[in-house]
Design a protein around this ligand. Sequence first.
Ligand SMILES: [Zn+2]
Length: 332
Amino acid sequence: MSKNFAEFPELRLRRLRQNATVRNMLAAPLPGPEKFVWPVFVVEGSGVKQPLAAMPGQFRYSIDTLVEAVGEVHAMGIKSLMIFGVVGPECKTPSGDYGWSPDGVVQRAVGTLKAAWPDLVIFTDVCLCEYTSHGHCGVLDGSGKVVNDHSLELLAKIALSHAAAGADAVAPSAMMDGQIAAIRQALESAGHQDTLLLSYSTKFASGMYGPFREAANSAPSSGDRKAYQADWRNLRSAMLESLLDESEGADMLMVKPSLFYLDIICRLKESTLLPVAAYNVSGEYSMLIATADRGWGDLKTLVRESIGAMSRAGTDIFISYWSNQYDKLLKE
Ligand SMILES: [Zn+2]
Protein backbone atom coordinates (compact mmCIF):
# COMPACT_ATOMS: atom_id res chain seq x y z
CA MET A 1 0.00 0.00 0.00
CA SER A 2 1.50 3.35 -1.04
CA LYS A 3 1.81 6.08 1.52
CA ASN A 4 0.67 9.61 0.78
CA PHE A 5 3.65 11.91 1.43
CA ALA A 6 1.72 15.05 0.49
CA GLU A 7 0.71 15.69 4.03
CA PHE A 8 2.28 16.51 7.36
CA PRO A 9 4.69 15.36 8.72
CA GLU A 10 6.37 14.59 5.35
CA LEU A 11 4.95 17.75 3.77
CA ARG A 12 6.55 20.75 5.46
CA LEU A 13 6.14 24.13 3.76
CA ARG A 14 8.80 25.64 5.98
CA ARG A 15 11.44 23.67 4.04
CA LEU A 16 11.03 26.19 1.22
CA ARG A 17 11.53 29.11 3.60
CA GLN A 18 14.48 27.79 5.56
CA ASN A 19 17.12 30.28 4.43
CA ALA A 20 17.44 33.52 2.53
CA THR A 21 18.92 31.91 -0.59
CA VAL A 22 16.00 29.51 -1.02
CA ARG A 23 13.47 32.23 -0.18
CA ASN A 24 15.02 34.66 -2.66
CA MET A 25 15.07 32.00 -5.36
CA LEU A 26 11.31 31.62 -5.01
CA ALA A 27 10.42 35.29 -4.57
CA ALA A 28 8.91 37.46 -7.28
CA PRO A 29 11.42 40.30 -7.80
CA LEU A 30 10.49 43.84 -6.83
CA PRO A 31 10.03 46.11 -9.85
CA GLY A 32 13.25 47.64 -11.17
CA PRO A 33 13.89 51.40 -11.40
CA GLU A 34 12.78 51.40 -15.05
CA LYS A 35 9.19 50.87 -13.85
CA PHE A 36 9.11 54.04 -11.73
CA VAL A 37 7.93 57.57 -12.48
CA TRP A 38 8.95 60.27 -10.00
CA PRO A 39 6.27 62.96 -9.41
CA VAL A 40 7.86 66.40 -8.92
CA PHE A 41 6.65 69.90 -8.06
CA VAL A 42 8.18 72.77 -10.00
CA VAL A 43 8.06 76.47 -9.08
CA GLU A 44 9.33 79.73 -10.56
CA GLY A 45 12.68 81.18 -9.49
CA SER A 46 16.16 79.82 -9.20
CA GLY A 47 18.05 77.99 -6.49
CA VAL A 48 14.74 76.95 -4.88
CA LYS A 49 14.52 73.64 -3.03
CA GLN A 50 11.71 74.01 -0.49
CA PRO A 51 11.14 70.98 1.74
CA LEU A 52 7.52 69.83 1.98
CA ALA A 53 6.60 69.49 5.64
CA ALA A 54 3.97 66.81 5.06
CA MET A 55 6.16 64.82 2.64
CA PRO A 56 9.67 64.48 4.08
CA GLY A 57 12.19 63.78 1.31
CA GLN A 58 10.15 65.71 -1.31
CA PHE A 59 10.64 69.34 -2.33
CA ARG A 60 9.36 72.13 -4.49
CA TYR A 61 12.11 72.73 -7.03
CA SER A 62 12.87 75.58 -9.35
CA ILE A 63 13.90 74.40 -12.80
CA ASP A 64 17.67 74.62 -12.12
CA THR A 65 17.58 72.62 -8.87
CA LEU A 66 15.20 70.11 -10.47
CA VAL A 67 17.78 69.40 -13.18
CA GLU A 68 20.28 68.55 -10.43
CA ALA A 69 17.80 66.38 -8.54
CA VAL A 70 16.88 64.54 -11.72
CA GLY A 71 20.59 63.81 -12.21
CA GLU A 72 20.50 61.85 -8.95
CA VAL A 73 17.45 59.75 -9.83
CA HIS A 74 18.73 59.27 -13.37
CA ALA A 75 21.89 57.73 -11.90
CA MET A 76 19.65 55.22 -10.09
CA GLY A 77 18.12 54.16 -13.41
CA ILE A 78 14.88 56.12 -13.01
CA LYS A 79 14.30 57.90 -16.26
CA SER A 80 10.79 59.14 -15.95
CA LEU A 81 9.11 62.08 -14.23
CA MET A 82 5.61 63.41 -13.76
CA ILE A 83 5.69 67.21 -13.54
CA PHE A 84 3.25 69.33 -11.53
CA GLY A 85 3.38 73.11 -11.82
CA VAL A 86 2.99 75.14 -8.63
CA VAL A 87 2.26 78.83 -9.11
CA GLY A 88 1.41 81.77 -6.86
CA PRO A 89 -2.00 83.47 -6.61
CA GLU A 90 -0.84 86.16 -9.09
CA CYS A 91 -0.86 83.50 -11.86
CA LYS A 92 -4.30 82.11 -11.02
CA THR A 93 -7.52 83.10 -12.79
CA PRO A 94 -11.05 81.63 -12.84
CA SER A 95 -10.27 79.79 -16.10
CA GLY A 96 -6.64 78.86 -15.34
CA ASP A 97 -5.14 80.52 -18.46
CA TYR A 98 -1.59 80.23 -17.12
CA GLY A 99 -1.91 76.47 -17.67
CA TRP A 100 -1.41 76.77 -21.44
CA SER A 101 1.07 79.64 -21.44
CA PRO A 102 3.96 78.57 -23.71
CA ASP A 103 6.44 79.98 -21.20
CA GLY A 104 4.71 78.62 -18.12
CA VAL A 105 6.84 76.91 -15.52
CA VAL A 106 5.89 73.37 -16.64
CA GLN A 107 6.52 74.10 -20.31
CA ARG A 108 9.96 75.58 -19.57
CA ALA A 109 10.82 72.75 -17.18
CA VAL A 110 10.03 70.20 -19.89
CA GLY A 111 12.29 71.96 -22.41
CA THR A 112 15.20 72.33 -19.98
CA LEU A 113 14.98 68.78 -18.66
CA LYS A 114 14.78 67.23 -22.13
CA ALA A 115 17.83 69.24 -23.18
CA ALA A 116 19.76 68.08 -20.11
CA TRP A 117 18.57 64.46 -20.18
CA PRO A 118 17.42 63.47 -23.69
CA ASP A 119 16.52 59.92 -22.65
CA LEU A 120 14.06 61.09 -19.96
CA VAL A 121 10.42 60.27 -20.53
CA ILE A 122 8.49 63.24 -19.20
CA PHE A 123 4.85 62.99 -18.20
CA THR A 124 3.01 66.21 -17.40
CA ASP A 125 -0.05 66.49 -15.23
CA VAL A 126 -2.84 68.10 -17.26
CA CYS A 127 -5.40 69.77 -15.04
CA LEU A 128 -6.80 73.18 -14.24
CA CYS A 129 -6.74 73.04 -10.42
CA GLU A 130 -3.10 74.18 -10.18
CA TYR A 131 -4.01 77.34 -12.11
CA THR A 132 -7.61 78.23 -11.24
CA SER A 133 -8.26 80.82 -8.53
CA HIS A 134 -11.00 78.57 -7.08
CA GLY A 135 -8.85 75.42 -7.16
CA HIS A 136 -11.34 73.21 -9.01
CA CYS A 137 -10.30 70.96 -11.90
CA GLY A 138 -12.63 72.69 -14.38
CA VAL A 139 -14.22 76.09 -14.87
CA LEU A 140 -17.25 77.07 -12.79
CA ASP A 141 -20.66 78.38 -13.80
CA GLY A 142 -22.46 81.16 -11.92
CA SER A 143 -23.70 78.76 -9.28
CA GLY A 144 -20.24 77.34 -8.56
CA LYS A 145 -20.81 74.09 -10.46
CA VAL A 146 -17.92 72.68 -12.55
CA VAL A 147 -18.84 72.97 -16.23
CA ASN A 148 -17.75 69.83 -18.05
CA ASP A 149 -17.72 70.62 -21.78
CA HIS A 150 -16.09 74.04 -21.66
CA SER A 151 -13.41 72.60 -19.36
CA LEU A 152 -12.53 70.06 -22.08
CA GLU A 153 -11.39 72.80 -24.45
CA LEU A 154 -9.14 74.27 -21.78
CA LEU A 155 -7.68 70.89 -20.80
CA ALA A 156 -6.91 70.24 -24.48
CA LYS A 157 -5.10 73.60 -24.67
CA ILE A 158 -2.94 72.66 -21.68
CA ALA A 159 -2.14 69.24 -23.15
CA LEU A 160 -1.20 70.79 -26.51
CA SER A 161 1.10 73.33 -24.88
CA HIS A 162 2.87 70.54 -22.96
CA ALA A 163 3.24 68.45 -26.11
CA ALA A 164 4.58 71.48 -27.99
CA ALA A 165 7.12 72.02 -25.20
CA GLY A 166 8.37 68.46 -25.75
CA ALA A 167 6.50 66.39 -23.16
CA ASP A 168 6.57 62.71 -24.07
CA ALA A 169 3.30 61.99 -22.32
CA VAL A 170 0.35 64.05 -21.13
CA ALA A 171 -1.65 62.84 -18.17
CA PRO A 172 -5.09 64.42 -17.73
CA SER A 173 -6.27 64.20 -14.14
CA ALA A 174 -9.39 66.39 -14.09
CA MET A 175 -11.93 63.53 -14.32
CA MET A 176 -14.11 65.47 -16.80
CA ASP A 177 -16.30 63.31 -19.06
CA GLY A 178 -14.87 63.12 -22.57
CA GLN A 179 -11.45 64.56 -21.69
CA ILE A 180 -9.47 61.74 -23.27
CA ALA A 181 -11.29 62.00 -26.62
CA ALA A 182 -10.94 65.79 -26.59
CA ILE A 183 -7.20 65.65 -25.88
CA ARG A 184 -6.52 62.79 -28.30
CA GLN A 185 -8.27 64.69 -31.07
CA ALA A 186 -6.43 67.92 -30.30
CA LEU A 187 -3.06 66.11 -30.31
CA GLU A 188 -3.85 64.38 -33.63
CA SER A 189 -4.92 67.57 -35.37
CA ALA A 190 -1.82 69.41 -34.17
CA GLY A 191 0.51 66.68 -35.45
CA HIS A 192 1.45 65.25 -32.05
CA GLN A 193 0.75 61.66 -33.07
CA ASP A 194 3.56 60.30 -30.89
CA THR A 195 2.54 61.98 -27.65
CA LEU A 196 1.50 59.34 -25.14
CA LEU A 197 -1.78 59.80 -23.35
CA LEU A 198 -1.85 58.42 -19.81
CA SER A 199 -5.31 58.81 -18.38
CA TYR A 200 -5.88 59.22 -14.66
CA SER A 201 -8.75 56.99 -15.59
CA THR A 202 -9.96 55.69 -12.24
CA LYS A 203 -9.16 58.51 -9.86
CA PHE A 204 -11.06 58.32 -6.63
CA ALA A 205 -12.25 61.19 -4.45
CA SER A 206 -9.90 60.08 -1.69
CA GLY A 207 -8.82 61.21 1.75
CA MET A 208 -5.23 60.33 0.78
CA TYR A 209 -4.41 63.51 -1.16
CA GLY A 210 -3.88 65.88 1.79
CA PRO A 211 -0.07 66.21 1.67
CA PHE A 212 -0.17 66.71 -2.13
CA ARG A 213 -2.60 69.60 -1.84
CA GLU A 214 -0.17 71.35 0.46
CA ALA A 215 2.69 70.64 -1.96
CA ALA A 216 0.82 71.78 -5.08
CA ASN A 217 -1.16 74.56 -3.45
CA SER A 218 -4.24 73.13 -5.11
CA ALA A 219 -6.94 72.57 -2.51
CA PRO A 220 -10.35 73.77 -3.75
CA SER A 221 -11.31 77.00 -1.99
CA SER A 222 -14.88 75.78 -1.59
CA GLY A 223 -16.65 72.46 -1.86
CA ASP A 224 -14.93 69.21 -2.79
CA ARG A 225 -14.25 67.13 -5.91
CA LYS A 226 -16.84 64.44 -5.34
CA ALA A 227 -18.96 65.57 -8.30
CA TYR A 228 -16.19 64.59 -10.73
CA GLN A 229 -13.75 62.18 -9.07
CA ALA A 230 -14.87 58.56 -8.72
CA ASP A 231 -16.80 57.40 -5.66
CA TRP A 232 -14.90 54.60 -3.90
CA ARG A 233 -18.23 53.10 -2.87
CA ASN A 234 -19.20 52.45 -6.49
CA LEU A 235 -17.10 49.70 -8.05
CA ARG A 236 -18.95 49.48 -11.38
CA SER A 237 -18.68 53.19 -12.08
CA ALA A 238 -14.99 53.15 -11.13
CA MET A 239 -14.34 50.37 -13.66
CA LEU A 240 -16.42 52.06 -16.34
CA GLU A 241 -14.33 55.25 -15.98
CA SER A 242 -11.21 53.36 -17.08
CA LEU A 243 -12.89 51.31 -19.79
CA LEU A 244 -14.43 54.43 -21.34
CA ASP A 245 -11.05 56.16 -21.38
CA GLU A 246 -9.63 53.16 -23.20
CA SER A 247 -12.35 53.53 -25.85
CA GLU A 248 -11.64 57.28 -26.10
CA GLY A 249 -8.02 56.64 -27.06
CA ALA A 250 -5.90 56.48 -23.90
CA ASP A 251 -2.54 54.69 -24.29
CA MET A 252 -2.32 53.82 -20.61
CA LEU A 253 -4.77 53.69 -17.74
CA MET A 254 -4.30 54.52 -14.07
CA VAL A 255 -5.71 53.73 -10.67
CA LYS A 256 -5.23 56.45 -8.05
CA PRO A 257 -4.67 56.02 -5.08
CA SER A 258 -3.07 52.58 -5.10
CA LEU A 259 -2.84 50.87 -1.72
CA PHE A 260 -6.52 51.03 -0.75
CA TYR A 261 -7.44 50.04 -4.33
CA LEU A 262 -5.37 46.96 -5.09
CA ASP A 263 -8.58 45.12 -5.97
CA ILE A 264 -9.34 47.75 -8.62
CA ILE A 265 -5.83 47.49 -10.09
CA CYS A 266 -6.26 43.72 -10.26
CA ARG A 267 -9.72 43.88 -11.84
CA LEU A 268 -8.65 46.55 -14.31
CA LYS A 269 -5.63 44.51 -15.34
CA GLU A 270 -7.98 41.64 -16.15
CA SER A 271 -10.35 43.91 -18.07
CA THR A 272 -7.88 45.69 -20.38
CA LEU A 273 -4.85 44.94 -22.49
CA LEU A 274 -3.51 48.46 -21.99
CA PRO A 275 -0.73 49.10 -19.45
CA VAL A 276 -2.01 49.94 -15.97
CA ALA A 277 -0.25 52.60 -13.91
CA ALA A 278 -0.79 53.00 -10.18
CA TYR A 279 -0.34 56.33 -8.44
CA ASN A 280 1.20 55.67 -5.05
CA VAL A 281 -0.14 58.95 -3.66
CA SER A 282 1.14 61.48 -1.13
CA GLY A 283 -0.98 60.17 1.76
CA GLU A 284 0.41 56.67 1.21
CA TYR A 285 3.94 58.04 1.23
CA SER A 286 3.49 60.18 4.32
CA MET A 287 1.60 57.45 6.18
CA LEU A 288 4.56 55.06 6.01
CA ILE A 289 7.04 57.77 6.98
CA ALA A 290 4.88 58.78 9.96
CA THR A 291 4.64 55.15 11.09
CA ALA A 292 8.41 54.71 10.89
CA ASP A 293 9.03 58.05 12.62
CA ARG A 294 6.96 56.94 15.57
CA GLY A 295 8.95 53.74 15.82
CA TRP A 296 5.98 51.60 14.81
CA GLY A 297 7.61 50.03 11.77
CA ASP A 298 10.75 49.95 9.64
CA LEU A 299 10.48 52.24 6.61
CA LYS A 300 12.41 50.05 4.20
CA THR A 301 10.34 46.98 5.10
CA LEU A 302 7.07 48.93 4.80
CA VAL A 303 7.98 50.47 1.43
CA ARG A 304 9.12 47.18 -0.07
CA GLU A 305 6.01 45.35 1.13
CA SER A 306 3.70 48.04 -0.26
CA ILE A 307 5.44 48.17 -3.66
CA GLY A 308 5.37 44.36 -3.73
CA ALA A 309 1.61 44.45 -3.14
CA MET A 310 1.06 46.94 -5.97
CA SER A 311 3.19 44.81 -8.24
CA ARG A 312 1.31 41.61 -7.35
CA ALA A 313 -1.99 43.35 -8.10
CA GLY A 314 -0.77 43.89 -11.67
CA THR A 315 0.76 47.38 -11.72
CA ASP A 316 2.91 48.01 -14.80
CA ILE A 317 4.08 51.54 -13.97
CA PHE A 318 4.66 52.91 -10.47
CA ILE A 319 4.12 56.64 -10.08
CA SER A 320 5.73 56.99 -6.70
CA TYR A 321 7.49 59.48 -4.44
CA TRP A 322 9.77 56.63 -3.33
CA SER A 323 11.48 56.96 -6.73
CA ASN A 324 14.09 59.44 -5.49
CA GLN A 325 14.98 57.02 -2.67
CA TYR A 326 15.02 53.92 -4.87
CA ASP A 327 18.59 52.87 -4.12
CA LYS A 328 18.14 53.24 -0.37
CA LEU A 329 14.74 51.58 -0.04
CA LEU A 330 14.04 49.33 -3.00
CA LYS A 331 17.29 48.20 -4.58
CA GLU A 332 18.02 44.50 -4.00
ZN1 LIG B 1 -7.14 68.83 -10.77
